[in-house]
Design a protein around this ligand. Sequence first.
Ligand SMILES: Nc1ncnc2c1ncn2[C@@H]1O[C@H](COP(=O)(O)OP(=O)(O)OP(=O)(O)O)[C@@H](O)[C@H]1O
Ligand SMILES: [Mg+2]
Length: 311
Amino acid sequence: MTHPPAVPKRVARVLAEALPYIQRFAGATFVIKYGGNAMVERELTRSFARDIVLLKCVGMNPVVVHGGGPQIGEWLTRIGKKSEFVGGMRVTDEETMEVVEMVLGGLVNKAIVSHINQAGGRAVGLTGKDGNLLTARKLLMPAEPTGGGGDADENGNSNDNGNGGMLDIGLVGEVAEVDTTLLDHLVAGDCIPVIAPIGFSPEGTGYNINSDLVAGKVAEAMRAAKLILLTNTPGLLDENGVTVSEMNLAEATAMRAAGTISGGMLPKVQCALDAVRGGVAAATIADGRVAHATLLEVFTEAGSGTMIRPG
Ligand SMILES: Nc1ncnc2c1ncn2[C@@H]1O[C@H](COP(=O)(O)OP(=O)(O)OP(=O)(O)O)[C@@H](O)[C@H]1O
Ligand SMILES: [Mg+2]
């Protein structure tokens, strides 16, 4: 049987082009945030898992942080609870928090761990509680300028409880501290950490943390070479729906003011800006619905989504 000559040549060229990246990133940490919206197709999750294992096999250290917004929403619907958001953050009462912990720490986390292990990796699933990985504190949200439904909780109660115009949206947290001790052990032991975005206060209260914020803080703490945020859009889109290839703080501020960035893209852009300003060498927002999106971000110069610049 003969092959058309063009095919093996192209394959060889692609493989050869990976060499400088493998050399440059040997031993480097990559934090990859896998958005809940990007993991809705099993085949995509499989290709994501294979990319992660490939990175590990060629000497890089991937750390996965995952979301699970749609999956939480689905389980809340099953128990007859409505999802409500303020500035891209899910309003989280105690019952919702139980669902968040079960769905993120259980179902979603273990599904990703299992996919990575089936692809030949050794993944270990964690929440912020394991090894005191993520210490959290309550996050108060700025009140939304127009009646976006952000001034009352799901029971209709006012949740501005004297916080100077800031909204208390329940058990929603932000990262106060990342303890990388356990992550360092896992990475050194050739394991791939898979982190569910749940943090805990020193008193043991669980907090639902937006997974982009967790990924950004973990990337900073691990001094990652790159933070890759995989989502369900081709990147950050401008007012015409065109993907922005690069963005800095001033441009992000202008886009936010114009209302072009909203919902779940708000914490995504913010955490990427914070990460690059906090010492992470590069951050990108890319399309997790594209097969092998992670490889494109690691093994090409420009990547395919939006590159976030510090200044
Ligand atoms: N300017 C923008 N460009 C692209 N998407 C935007 C923009 N403004 C708002 N969005 C919204 O942000 C969404 C992505 O954030 P979202 O939180 O929904 O997904 P995710 O973070 O990938 O998943 P999860 O929150 O489950 O981890 C997009 O699907 C889009 O609806
Ligand atoms: Mg999100």
